[in-house]
Design a protein. Structure first.
Length: 201
């Protein structure tokens, strides 16, 4: 490996760290209050015996799975499970839904089957313009379920579909990779706040 190529790789690594750090600094200033508000919404719903429904579009499905795992199992504390449900398209279920339905409706059947009054829907959508996600939001609105979205800077479509009581946690970045990695940080913070509010005593 030549010295030039090594320097080039080092520059890419440093640039990735710099981009991520700058995004997090910006998010600290713009999103901290919204994240606390989202955590309070989730805690209130859980205390009333409701569940959290989570959906991640595309690669964000991995973050959605991680969030549900943290709620059902644990984040830091050894504590009772919290009711959380993943809407996803893994395996045979995903293939069947896509084969038999319009792709813009891929999340609707699962959501309408499990959603109940008082539940909260969390949506992870880095690009913020997927028709399947917008349809899911409309379905949640029709059932008067509160929604928390994790998006990126280009999220006008989702913002326009949300209700007044819904929350959007918009990562101040345009690059999808930076948005997804910072969604994971937000998920960790939310889980930390939930455990602190419910079990710190």
């Amino acid at each position: 490996m030549s010295e030039i190529s090594e320097n080039s790789l080092l520059d890419k690594v440093k640039n990735a760290f710099t981009e991520s750090i700058q995004t997090q600094i910006s998010a600290t200033e713009s999103l901290s209050a919204t994240i606390v508000q989202a955590a309070e919404m989730l805690v209130d719903s859980l205390l009333k015996g409701h569940k959290i429904i989570v959906c991640g579009h595309g690669r964000s499905n991995a973050n959605a799975q991680f969030l549900v795992t943290n709620l059902l199992h644990r984040y830091h504390l050894d504590r009772p499970s919290l009711p959380a449900l993943l809407i996803g398209l893994d395996g045979t279920l995903g293939s069947s839904i896509i084969a038999d339905n319009n792709s813009s409706q891929i999340f609707i059947r699962q959501f309408e089957c499990v959603a109940q009054q008082g539940d909260i829907l969390i949506i992870l959508s880095p690009l913020g313009r997927e028709e399947a996600i917008l349809n899911l939001i409309h379905s949640a609105n029709s059932r008067e379920l509160p929604i928390i979205t994790l998006t990126g800077r280009q999220n006008d479509h989702i913002r326009g579909a949300l209700g007044e009581e819904d929350l959007d946690i918009s990562i101040p970045a345009q690059k999808e990779t930076r948005i997804i990695e910072n969604h994971l940080l937000v998920i960790n913070i939310l889980c930390d706040l939930i455990e602190y509010r419910l079990f710190s005593h």
